[in-house]
Design a protein around this ligand. Sequence first.
Ligand code: COI
Length: 353
Amino acid sequence: MKIIKRETLKQKPSPDTELGFGRYFTDYMFTMKYNVEEGWHDAKIEPNEPQRFDLGTSIFHYAQGIFEGMKAFIQPDGSIAVFRPEENWARMNRSAVRMCIPQFPEDVVEEGLEELLKLEKDWIPTKPGTALYIRPTIVATRVMLGVHASTEYLFFIILSPVGSYYAHGLEPTKLLVEDFYVRSAIGGTGEAKCLGNYAASMKAGEEAEEKGFDQVLWLDAKEKKYVEEVGSMNMFFVIKGEVVTPALVGSILPGITRKSCLQILRDKGYPVSERRISIDEVIEASENGTLDEAFGTGTAAVISPVGLIRYKDKDYVINGGKMGEITKMLYDTITGIQYGKLEDTYHWRKIIK
Ligand code: COI
């Protein structure tokens, strides 16, 4: 892999810095280009510097772009582990199909990521709960205003040392059930990790924040009846001892942490169900005392307990506003595997040597 070195390195945040999420970026990035004549080409690692783009570039106008979120962790023996990267590459290529972006070679980007991580190893934070967040992205780069798929693309991977996604860390989140705005409809782009999904969610997110909530809990677009996801997390509920998560009906992101949690739960013998779950069922369970726990899962959010949901102006406190037992078991198992504290029986850690 070609590596273009930079002359001076950036100042790294000190080990005590409150990293937050996505505020600091490392020295280097991986890039690769696409055009019709050459396909994907010119894969390299280069300094992560501000870029210049013509303002007619199609990504600025029609958001033809996709991304992923992954994390790298320092292991007890000093090596680097990435959590299930092959799952992210496969999902990114599925998102590419939905957004008319050409399929990329997964082996080339994996090699690029591994080289990049080796070069940036000193940026991986080691304080508990921190990691190096990996953001692979593809954007349409043809300069053109017609509404058509671009014929040129840029693939890049940037890295950011992060702490917890929520400012309040592992404190249970408060969610506002959104019954006006919608995130995605069946046939839309909800199951692709495309840029526009996140832009479309911001208005509801801002209104929820103004009311003191962390995030919005989305309902299905057609009936505003079934729980979908949170936008940065998939949702799980524990009702009468059964762990329920909304089925992937086409408008929900197929989360990799979600998939990992389902496997852990099934292997440990918990009753698990992937099905449509209505907000009325959740509210009824809360009212009759059978909603034991609720939590969200995601790369950035890891496993986040949900302590309260508001629906139609009424607040429902879950598990006394505290993290529940199953939530804690999943948090400990997932992070134990990620940080190399538990045996990796699933082979989810990709060790970069
Ligand atoms: C992730 O969890 O990695 C995400 O992409 C969600 C959000 C930060 C956009």
